[in-house]
Design a protein. Sequence first.
Length: 138
Amino acid sequence: MSIPVPDFSQAERELVEELLQQRYNRPVLPELADCELKLDPVSDLMTVCPTLYWSERGAHFVVCKVAELRYRCQFFYADADQYGTGHDGYTDLRRCVLTLLRVQADHESQSAGVSSGATAADLSAQSDADDYHGPLVI
């Protein structure tokens, strides 16, 4: 039997809402959901994980809480294309969400034919090096 994953705290939800407000210049309220994830690669056991979900500009986003202070994220499109950030998980929710938004914005720009010259790996590495706490500029 697995230990249940704790729900997102009010502070965690407010942090995500603040980051989305900065990204989209308007309030975006993520919905609370659950995802079943395989947390142990050697086990077939699926674990129900609290999830924050939102959809903006044709992309759908999920941030899953897999343990206390542990998060996974990805974005996807209606045609079932799924994208990650190049990391298996994060211990910092701010870094998780910022990286997810940056990688999706880069993907959106590349899909529109505008290239920043940076790759998702570059953005992810930059995010790891940054201890970013200011406004999100994409």
